[in-house]
Design a protein around this ligand. Sequence first.
Ligand SMILES: [Zn+2]
Length: 234
Amino acid sequence: MNKKLLLIISISVLIIVSIIFYTANLGDDREVSRLTDKINDIIVVLDAGHGGEDGGAVSSSGVIEADINLKITLKLKDIMNLNGFHTVMTREDSNDLSDKSLNSISERKKSDMYKRLDIYNSDVHNVAISIHQNIFPAVSCKGSQVFYATRVSTGKDLADNITNSIVSNLQKDNQRISKPTTGSIFLLDNAQIPAVIVECGFLSNDDEVITLCDKEYQKKFSYCIFKGFMNTKF
Ligand SMILES: [Zn+2]
C-alpha cells in the first residue's frame, strides 16, 4: 500500500516538474521567436545629426555637436549589430549628405535633409533614431529629451521607452517627458515610419559637455537607447 502511494506521489511530482519545465521552455521559445521576428522585421536607420559644413551646436570649449552625434551613433550601431539588427547609417564619417554643386549653404542644407528623409522613408520596415545635442541660453539646463514623429503611433512608444531607459539608468533627476514635434523638425514631421530624435544633452552646460565627451558615458547612453528600442513593440 505504501509502495503504491509512493509510486503515485513520484509520478505526480514527475508530471508537475515536467509541466513546469515545459512551460518555462515555452516562455523562452516565445521570447526567442519574438526577438527573431523583431530582428527580421526591422531595419534601424541611425541618423547622426549635422555633419560637413553644418557642425550644429558648439560648446564654449569648442566641442562640435556633429562630432558627438557621430560618436554616439556609431556606438549605438555597434550595439544594434551585435544584437543582430540590420542598420543603415545616414552618415558614417564627418561628411554630410548635401549636394555640393548647389550654390548656397541653405540649398545645400535642404538637399542634405531631403536625402536623410529619403533614407528614413526608403523602406516600410524602417525605424529611425536620430542623435543630436541641445543648446540653450540658460546654461544650467541639462539632461536629455526625446522628440517623436506622430504619423506612426509607435514613435511615441519608442520615445517614451528611450526616455524611461535614460532616466532610470543615467539621469535620475531628469523630469523631461518625450514630446511630439509641432511642425518644427523637418525629418520627424515628414517621416512615414516610427522616428525619434534623441537630444542627448546640452552643449551649453559645461559639466554636461565633459560627460557627453566621455567614451564610457557615450557607450552607456547608447545602451539606454538600445534598451528603450528593445522595450518597444513595433
Ligand atoms: Zn542638432
